[in-house]
Design a protein around this ligand. Structure first.
Ligand code: ZN
Length: 176
């Protein structure tokens, strides 16, 4: 089954038809996003509206969804809301980007073809946090549970700390 968001389409045709492409894309269908995900199941939904504006081919994007990311403090999955909007000018030649007004982003489409999935993926790459963290320390795994036991026996008072490498040093001396 080939969804409209997965098809490579002619940019001029999309702009001239003022095409509206609704999408609901599983996040694991985005190769550049996949490595950041804690698991499959997340989706991004929205619309891409194509048109011409001031001589440019424009894609207006809106999206919303939830991604399952890995908290960089406790390494447990966390739900991260994703949502936003962007106006993107699709340029064929690199130097065309210089004349695009600053309120637009630009995406280079050298073969004059575009895939909605790639546009959305580009936006998500720009907005997903590099180091996502649970909002509160207490949400992290192993934290905030009242009366939780200390994480390791070595933290208990009176427990003799072992230094395995000192002992290794003694063993090495003995052999000489
Ligand atoms: Zn966490």
């Amino acid at each position: 089954m080939s969804e409209p968001w997965s098809q490579l389409s002619d940019v001029d045709r999309l702009a001239d038809r003022q095409a509206d492409v609704a999408f609901e894309i599983p996040l694991d269908q985005m190769p550049r996003i996949r490595a950041q995900l804690a698991g499959s199941g997340g989706k991004v939904r929205g619309t891409a509206h194509f048109r011409r504006e001031a001589g440019f081919r424009v894609a207006e994007l809106e999206w919303t969804g939830t991604a399952s990311l890995v908290c960089q403090r406790c390494l447990e999955p966390m739900q991260w809301p994703i949502g936003g909007a962007a106006r993107v000018v699709l340029v064929i030649a690199e130097n065309e980007a210089d004349s695009v007004p600053p309120e637009f982003e630009t995406v280079h489409t050298p073969e004059n073809r575009v895939r909605v999935r790639d546009l959305v993926e580009e936006e998500l790459l720009l907005t997903l946090p590099l180091a996502p963290l649970h909002g509160e320390l207490s949400e992290c795994a192993g934290q905030g549970r009242a009366g939780a036991a200390p994480a390791t026996p070595a933290e208990q008072p009176g427990h003799e700390t072992q230094r395995p490498f000192e002992r290794l040093g003694e063993l090495l001396k003995r052999n000489h």
